[in-house]
Design a binder for this molecule. Structure first.
Ligand code: HEM
Length: 169
């Protein structure tokens, strides 16, 4: 890539087949990430429009889409990461060192499988806690002004004071 708009972009066919990344995974994950990103922007705009019309909170379908959309950024994050990691193959350092040369010689495959399994379990656990806490927050709803304490109540109190009829003096 070049910052100059006149420089031609190097096509994939110019790169030796042995130096190309797995195309399908890179292409599909990149496009799925963008689709999710655009979908989330569209959903936000739709939410704004319905809110402006005053019908947002009666539209159960859109409210359900909001609930499900929580998973969107998580999926897009993973897909973006897959794009970056798979898309840079077969290099660990572009043009200098191949991923196959970065394999640790004194680490057994079984050790990698075990530690990866452990990471998967920890992240699944964190995900379950995330969904639990999120659901708990949604069920509980936002705190009332009283619950949020005096600092948050300050603008409201000031408005009440300012709106009080002035004493004649
Ligand atoms: C709206 C459309 C989007 C566009 C145009 C876009 C574009 C890109 C591009 C160009 C890359 C670099 C890929 C590479 O390494 O060559 C990337 C990576 C990434 N994107 Fe997206 N993206 C979008 C949406 C999203 C969303 C919604 C998320 C998450 C909420 C996301 C998360 C990521 C992550 C985590 C990476 C990997 C970063 C790294 O490890 O280097 N993207 N994206």
């Amino acid at each position: 890539m070049s910052r100059d708009s006149k420089t031609p972009v190097t096509g994939l066919e110019a790169i030796p087949a042995a130096d190309r990344p797995p195309l399908q995974i890179t292409f599909q994950s990149y496009h799925a990430m963008i689709a999710i990103g655009i979908g989330l922007i569209a959903l936000s705009l739709l939410g704004c429009l319905l809110w402006w019309r005053g019908t947002l909170f009666e539209n159960r379908l859109v409210l359900w889409l909001f609930v499900l959309s929580v998973l969107g950024p998580i999926a897009a994050n993973e897909l973006g990461w897959i794009t970056a990691e798979v898309g840079r193959q077969p290099w660990i350092v572009q043009g200098l060192m191949r991923t196959s040369d970065g394999v640790s010689a004194n680490l057994a495959g079984s050790q990698v499988v075990r530690s990866t399994g452990l990471f998967v379990m920890i992240y699944l656990l964190l995900f379950a806690v995330f969904v639990y806490v999120l659901n708990d927050q949604i069920q509980h709803g936002p705190e009332s002004l009283e619950e949020q304490g005096p600092l948050v109540q300050l603008p409201e109190r000031l408005r009440e004071i300012l709106e009080q009829p002035r004493a004649q003096g």
